[in-house]
Design a protein. Structure first.
Length: 212
């Protein structure tokens, strides 16, 4: 119960400070609804909160978080596709003009994948099947990364995963349409928890470059 009590205390501080300071903004959003221009697909990791990293206010970001910030490829008959549903709502409903896939350093899911944790033959759990989405990314870099240190292998796959998720975004017809029209841009980013540095994916070179 201690953790819950801390949440309640945090809410009270929020109410007195940030909510109080932006009360008009919240009231306006309650009346007019949300109209964010950017969707961020990020990891569930408790250390990587997009709104905090980008210092965003209420209503500015539409955020989807899942294990290892993965985007599955489009499936027309997927009955329970939470990522696809969020994408469809953001692109078709909210008409966002940007989708940013943000990976991060020291990702526990990616590290466990490299350690073979999710290689059980039966793929018997939700997380086993979910992390198989990393297979194409690892296939692309495993050859060059074979002799890398474990830390460099981890970073290499974290980067490759962001690139792979962007490619999977392009398999969604409603994303394809908006990208072709020039009204939707796809971006990649990588946040290093240890030093707070943010890197952006250069679409031409495919490399991550520091954000100045």
């Amino acid at each position: 119960m201690k953790d819950i009590a801390e949440l309640v205390d945090g809410y009270r501080r929020f109410l007195k400070s940030r909510y109080s300071e932006q009360a008009e903004v919240y009231r306006s959003l309650a009346e007019t609804g949300q109209s964010p221009s950017t969707m961020v697909i990020a990891c569930c990791d408790s250390r990587v909160d997009p709104a905090t990293i980008f210092n965003s206010g209420p209503g500015q970001l539409f955020v989807l978080r899942n294990v290892a910030n993965l985007v599955p490829p489009y499936e027309a008959r997927a009955d329970h596709h939470g990522t696809g549903a969020a994408l469809e709502f953001a692109v078709g409903g909210l008409q966002v003009s940007n989708i940013l896939v943000m990976g991060h350093g020291r990702c526990g899911g990616v590290q466990a994948y490299l350690q073979g944790v999710y290689e059980r033959p039966a793929q018997s759990s939700f997380i086993d099947r979910w992390m198989k989405l990393l297979d194409p990314a690892w296939d692309k870099v495993s050859g060059e990364a074979a002799n890398f240190s474990p830390e460099t292998q981890l970073r290499t796959l974290e980067h490759a995963s962001v690139r792979n998720s962007i490619e999977n975004l392009k398999t969604f017809p409603f994303v394809q349409e908006r990208v072709a029209q020039g009204s939707l841009l796809l971006h990649g980013a990588y946040f290093d928890i240890s030093d707070g540095k943010l890197m952006s994916l250069d679409p031409q070179s495919g490399r991550f470059e520091p954000v100045s």
